[in-house]
Design a protein around this ligand. Structure first.
Ligand code: FDM
Length: 211
């Protein structure tokens, strides 16, 4: 893969469970590709790697791990894809990422026994997203959609703490979008932001994350 004249953008979708991130990521890649803009989707955790497989066993309650240990596995799962992320972006591909470091921090710290600042440490130095779009869902709407399965963290009380933790990340490249709106209207809202971002960052260096 060769370096392209312009780089791709690193776009992250974040939000509580059931906020529609996964559906939107797929629709956004499809929309960008149909406009002849090279784009791919990545999801964290990436359960296909050896580290991801351990995370999957933990989430599906097959194994138990100390909270800090599993936190570092989630982070290591991002670091194992870090060279590939940089390579894709450099070659002009826009990446649409379903969850990133913010999920790592807000979920672990929602366990309340691990310090928020400690959770941020292992994320620093990863590629910094050019924009983070937070799909916001009210507690009432979340309860309506719930249908939670058996995975860890899938309950309203925990998700409420996750939602409150996300507030600590509100800054200029973290924008909040109403996830309760119609699916295709939501896709268009997100797409508009993404197109603007692709254009703004195309000649800029990819930054490193500092949380
Ligand atoms: N999760 C996800 C974390 O706890 N830390 C992380 O770093 C990431 C990326 O894993 F409950 C949690 C969030 C969610 C679970 O995510 C699996 P998906 O999106 O449902 O696969």
């Amino acid at each position: 893969m060769t370096k392209s004249a312009v780089r791709g953008a690193l776009i992250v979708l974040e939000g509580c469970d059931r906020s529609g991130k996964t559906t939107q990521c797929a629709k956004l890649v499809e929309a960008l590709n149909s406009m002849k803009i090279p784009a791919k989707k990545i999801s964290f955790p990436d359960r296909s790697t050896p580290i991801g497989s351990l995370i999957n066993d933990y989430l599906s309650r097959k194994i138990e791990l100390p909270d800090r240990s599993v936190h570092l596995l989630f982070s290591a799962n991002r670091w194992e894809l870090e060279p590939e992320i940089r390579k894709q972006i450099e070659s002009g591909v826009t990446l649409i990422v379903d969850r990133y470091s913010y999920s790592g921090v807000v979920f672990t710290s929602a366990k309340q026994c691990v310090d928020f600042k400690w959770c941020c440490g292992p994320e620093n130095g990863l590629p910094k997203p050019d924009i983070v779009m937070f799909l916001k869902l009210s507690t009432g709407e979340m309860a309506k959609r719930s249908g939670f399965g058996d995975e860890r963290y899938e309950n309203i009380e925990f998700q409420n703490r996750v939602d409150i933790n996300y507030d600590k990340f509100k800054n200029d490249n973290f924008i909040q979008v109403d996830a309760a709106q119609d699916v295709s209207i939501l896709t268009n809202t997100l797409l508009e932001q993404i197109l603007k971002t692709i254009d703004t960052v195309k000649n800029q260096e990819l930054d490193n994350l500092v949380l």
